[in-house]
Each structure stands twice: as C-alpha cells, then as structure tokens.
Design a protein. Structure first.
Length: 383
C-alpha cells in the first residue's frame, strides 16, 4: 500500500487464480474434506461414520475398484478446495437392477466456486451408473441441478406435514421466531392453548385393524428380507430402492448407533405387513424433530399407516420430541397422513432431483406412476 504524497496508484490487480487439480477422492482426504464442509456450514461426521458409508455398503465390494467415492479439487499447494461425495446404492425397476449414484455434500471454497461445476461434470459422467438421485439439494445448488437433472415428478417436495407433540417448547420457538416479547413467560399458556385446539380439532387417529400387532424393533431382522421380496413382487413396475435387511442395516447404521432411529412394524398372524422408519432430524433452530422417513406396506387396502404413526406420536410426547413430520405431500401412498396431519410448512427450495444415464430410462422416469419416493432415497437419511 502506497503512503507517498503523489497521485494515488491504481489498485493492484488480484493475482490470477490457478485452476485447481481435479482428482478422485480418497479415504485419506477425510480431515481436509471435513474442514471444508464445516467451514461452509455443512454438518460433518466422525471419521469412522464417514468411512462406513462406503466400507459397510453392501454394494462396495462389487464397485470399489471402479466407482469413485467422490471427487476433490486441489489448489497448487495441495489443499482441498472443493469436493463432492458419491455413494452408490441399488434400485430395482421392471425386473432390472440399476446402480444409483447418490450425490452428497457438494461444496467449494468461496474463491474456487467458479470451478465447482468440474465436480458435477465428473459426477454426472461417471461410468457404471444407471441413475443419479439427489435428495438434499440446497437453495444454492438448486439452480444448477435444475439444469443438469430433473425434479422428481411425484409429490410436493417443498412441503412437509406435521404434528406438534411438545407444545411448550414448540410454542416458545414459535414466539421467538415471531419476535414476540417474553417468549419464556408466554410459552406455557401459548402451548396449552395450542394443545387444547389440537385436542378439540385434530382428526381422530384410527386404531390398528383387528388382529394387527404394532411393535417397535431395535434392529432390522430376517423378516425384512421376506418383506422385501414380497414388496418387490407387488411393485415390479415401480422404481424402488432396495430395502432388504442388509441395505436397511447399512443405510441406517449411523442413526441406529446414535439412538436416533425408530423402527415400528405392523404384523398379522406373525407376518410383517407394514413398517415405518422414523429418524431424528433436528434443524439448527432447536426444534426436536422426528421425521417419518419411509413407510412400506404389503396390504395397501388396510389402514395400517395411522396406528404406526400413533405409536410414534405417543413416544414423541413421552420423550420430549417437539414435532413429528413427513417431508413430501401429495404422495398417493401417504394420502392418510396428509388427511390426518393438522399442520403444513413450506421449504424454501425443491430438494429432490433425478437423472438417468439412458434417455429412454429418463423418459420412463418422467412418469409419476413409476415412482414410490421417500426420504429413504438419496442421502436424506444416512446420518
């Protein structure tokens, strides 16, 4: 900086940024990737959990030699300044096995964001993937994903339906959000008023049909293999993420270890007829939220969803959870939930995108009737 008395010099030009090096991600990159994610507001995982997303994946032994776990950008000093993770999963569609590449945690340092599309180019042009699914697309990435892929054609993924189960805390957080004075003092009466309104106006929740037993499991057992085979037989014309015991145990391993997952089943004559999986999904605002991640049933004509939800609602109230919600409204299979849930909220963006490698498959997937989507798809419920 000049301090002389003569005419001021023109500002010095910023040094030209050297384009970063693009390469495949490696397990040894964990520390740098975690720092990059954290510095850009993304939640990070402990290293063992992060590694397990690939190493415990039932598909990984088949794909590890040719499926990148992701890609990184390195600056001239060897520091990682951009990354996107790539998690493979298995889908079934019309009797065919499809390899799905699930994108995860696309991030770049501020000064290198102009190069971030290099990562997406590698992701969408990788070999071996039949399908690309991204279910946690944020508002910044939404414009780009709109150009590179398609919105899922079934459901309103900008909406969530929910119940309040922790009235005082929920009322307090609402008062704070609305900037109403004395939220701690007003939370109790406001929560009581909300509880009374719900008690009087909420729709009645049907009990389980006669002979149906509702229970909660600690883990995924062999019944889920039997269930999956029948579910696949009944829905062969739909695109379904594989839900056998091994796939479920891997997908939900991290929240199971952390005690953040509930598995609630409905059985009839000892046969599992339906299940719901609920997962803690607490946002940064402080609301304690349980989310219905996935509902599957072998008896679509039986009203099995309400008693499964009722079991979760009672546990939410007992354990101090503020809200039970479900992301995605207008899904045919979730019609009963949409009818019964008293509240709605809107997201600021659309999080669910897909793309197929083959144009013919992409055209087929543009039809709403071939989808059975949920927050089990993509990486929306890994952690």
């Amino acid at each position: 900086m000049s301090t002389g008395s003569g005419p001021s010099s023109p500002p010095a030009k910023a040094p030209r940024l050297v384009p970063p090096l693009l390469r495949n991600a490696r397990f040894e990159d964990y520390a740098q990737i975690a720092r990059l994610e954290s510095s850009n507001g993304l939640e990070t995982q402990p290293e063992n959990d992060w590694r397990s997303v690939w190493l415990d994946n039932p598909l990984w032994p088949r794909l590890a030699d040719h499926c990148p776990m992701g890609w990184v950008l390195e600056d001239s000093a060897g520091a990682i300044v951009g990354s996107v993770m790539n998690v493979p999963s298995l889908y079934s569609f019309r009797g065919q096995e499809l390899i799905c590449a699930n994108g995860r945690a696309w991030v770049a340092a501020a000064e290198y964001r102009g190069f971030a599309l290099m990562l997406m180019d590698e992701y969408f042009n990788q070999e071996g993937a039949d399908l690309f699914v991204n279910t946690t697309v944020g508002p910044v990435a939404e414009k780009i994903l709109n150009e590179l892929s398609s919105r899922i054609p079934l459901g309103d993924w900008e909406s969530a339906a929910y119940w309040v189960t922790g009235y005082r805390r929920f009322a307090r957080m609402a008062l704070i959000k609305l900037r109403i004075p004395l939220p701690d003092l007003l939370a109790a009466p406001a929560g009581a008023a909300l509880w009374l309104k719900d008690a009087l106006l909420n729709k009645w929740m049907p009990a389980a049909p006669s002979g149906v037993v509702i229970e909660q499991l600690e883990n995924f057992d062999s019944r889920f293999d039997v269930f999956w085979q029948e579910l696949l037989r009944q829905n062969s014309a739909k695109l379904l993420a594989v839900r056998d015991r091994a796939a479920l145990a891997w997908h939900f391993a991290i929240p199971l270890r952390r005690g953040r997952l509930w598995i609630v089943t409905a059985s009839h004559n000892g046969r599992m007829s339906a299940y719901c999986i609920f997962k803690r999904q607490d946002p940064s605002q402080g609301i304690r939220r349980m989310r219905l991640i996935d509902f599957q049933t072998l008896e679509p004509d039986s009203d099995l969803l309400p008693p499964l939800i009722q079991r979760a609602l009672r546990r939410c109230a007992a354990e101090g959870i503020d809200v039970l919600d479900h992301l995605g409204c207008g899904l045919p299979k979730m019609r009963r939930l949409d009818e019964l849930a008293p509240y709605r909220r809107k997201l600021t963006h659309w999080p669910f995108y897909y793309r197929a490698t083959e144009p013919a498959l992409h055209a087929e997937l543009s039809q709403a009737q071939v989808w059975d989507p949920s927050s089990f798809d993509g990486d929306a419920s890994f952690e």
